[in-house]
Design a protein. Sequence first.
Length: 137
Amino acid sequence: MEDLSLHIMDIVENSVRAGAGHIAVRLVDRADHMLVIEVEDDGKGMDEDILKNAANPFYTTKNNKKYGLGLSLLSQACEDAGGSLRIEKGNPKGIKVIAGFKKDHVDIKPTGNIEKTLRVFRTLHPEVHISFERINA
């Protein structure tokens, strides 16, 4: 994926497939030169096995596929930019994806137009409430 907004769109689509009705996207520009993307949903969540394997490119829960590349590509983008990917269980359900990138790393992907990407998503899925917040911390 060429920019971070497309990674966000992939995670948001995963949330919809998991039955999420509410999705929160945050872009956190931290003072320690880290850029953090958080996507949190209220979908069905993941059991421990799925959570452990979610970023493995050869693991998927989609019945008709043998692989799932979205989270593995995001994980690689994080690592390429000196960061990391975490996937946590939500409270009480759902998941939270936390992707960190060093802002001054030569290999960080461009952010892209997150607002426009999410507008497209809202048009395609008006039944889902999605919020977006930019935070300087």
